[in-house]
Structures are given as structure tokens and as C-alpha cells.
Design a binder for this molecule. Structure first.
Ligand SMILES: [Zn+2]
Length: 174
């Protein structure tokens, strides 16, 4: 059985005893989270969230892309969230990812070029990357100053979050 078929079986069980029918559409904790897609991070469990509590956006590297900004504006203006957590993590797959090499490899394997994605957005320093994403969101003219935006590194070995403060230079771990 493939993984999708296995997942569908699990969903059957989930839906048999479904306690979240009355969850609110407006996130109860007024929280939005941007996290990496890493399979070891279960954002809801890491943060003690239940369905209806928060918006969770994920992509490779927890990058504040145009689409993340789009989603955060919907989250904030239409659905009332007022705090944002960005969560990167140790041992991230995007750490050390070389844009040019990956592009070349895919082009070689597929025998074709593509205009999009324009970039893979790999990075070489966890804290510095997180700082960039924090600055991108804080500097956006449509994200109000009243929105609290904070950044964290999740340690995949301990399950613990550590806040990255960006009012001082990023700590270099390399
Ligand atoms: Zn990652």
C-alpha cells in the first residue's frame, strides 16, 4: 500500500470520532506561525495548538516569500491574527542548499529549463536567515507595527525552541 492510501485509511479512523466540528474559523489564539516544512517538526504539537487555534504556514526553510506575505495579510486583516512566530530549526535541509547546483541538477535530470521557481532560497546561516525573514515581515508596509513578530530556532534533537533576538547582530554558529 502506498503512503497516500495509508493516509486515507488513517483519515477514516480520524473522522469516525471527530471532536473539532465546532472549531472557530477565526484563530482562537490570534496566532500565525511560519515554519519550515521539515518532517520532524509537528508545529501543532511543538506549540500545544489545537485545530482552530492558529494559522500554520510552512515551506522549505521558513522563508517569508511573496505567498507567505499574502497569506499573513489574509490572516491578519480578514481573520484577526496579531502575533506571528517564525520557526527555523537545526539540521535544516535548506541550510547549505546551493541554488545553482540544484537548478543544474534538475535541468539535467529533466532535460528542460523552467522560469519558475526563480530561486530555491537556500541559506548558509540559520540565525542570519531567520533575521532576514523577520526583517522582511517587519519592513512590509502593510504589516502593522502592532503585530508582534518573533523568531525561533527549534532544536530537532531536544524539541526545544530558542528565541533569536534581532536587535543585536546575528550569532554566527559556523
Ligand atoms: Zn528546514
Amino acid at each position: 500500500m502506498g503512503s497516500i492510501d495509508e493516509a486515507l485509511k488513517a483519515n477514516e479512523l480520524y473522522a469516525q470520532n471527530f471532536p473539532f466540528a465546532d472549531s472557530p474559523k477565526v484563530p482562537a489564539r490570534k496566532l500565525a506561525v511560519l515554519g519550515c516544512m521539515d518532517a520532524r517538526m509537528n508545529i501543532e504539537r511543538i506549540l500545544g495548538l489545537e485545530p482552530g487555534d492558529a494559522h500554520v504556514l510552512r515551506n522549505a526553510g521558513a522563508i517569508a516569500t511573496e505567498d507567505v506575505v499574502r497569506s499573513l495579510l489574509v490572516s491578519n486583516y480578514l481573520l484577526g491574527t496579531n502575533e506571528v512566530m517564525i520557526i527555523g530549526h537545526t539540521d535544516c535541509g535548506a541550510l547549505g542548499l546551493n541554488d545553482g547546483e540544484l537548478r543544474e541538477r534538475i535541468e539535467r535530470e529533466r532535460g528542460a529549463t523552467a522560469a519558475s521557481p526563480a530561486q530555491f532560497l537556500g541559506f548558509s546561516n540559520l540565525e542570519a536567515n531567520l533575521g532576514r525573514q523577520l526583517r522582511t515581515l517587519r519592513a512590509h508596509p502593510w504589516i502593522p507595527e502592532s503585530i508582534s513578530i518573533r523568531g525561533f530556532i527549534y532544536d530537532v534533537a531536544t524539541g526545544r525552541l530558542a528565541e533569536v533576538k534581532t536587535n543585536r547582530p546575528a550569532i554566527t554558529t559556523e
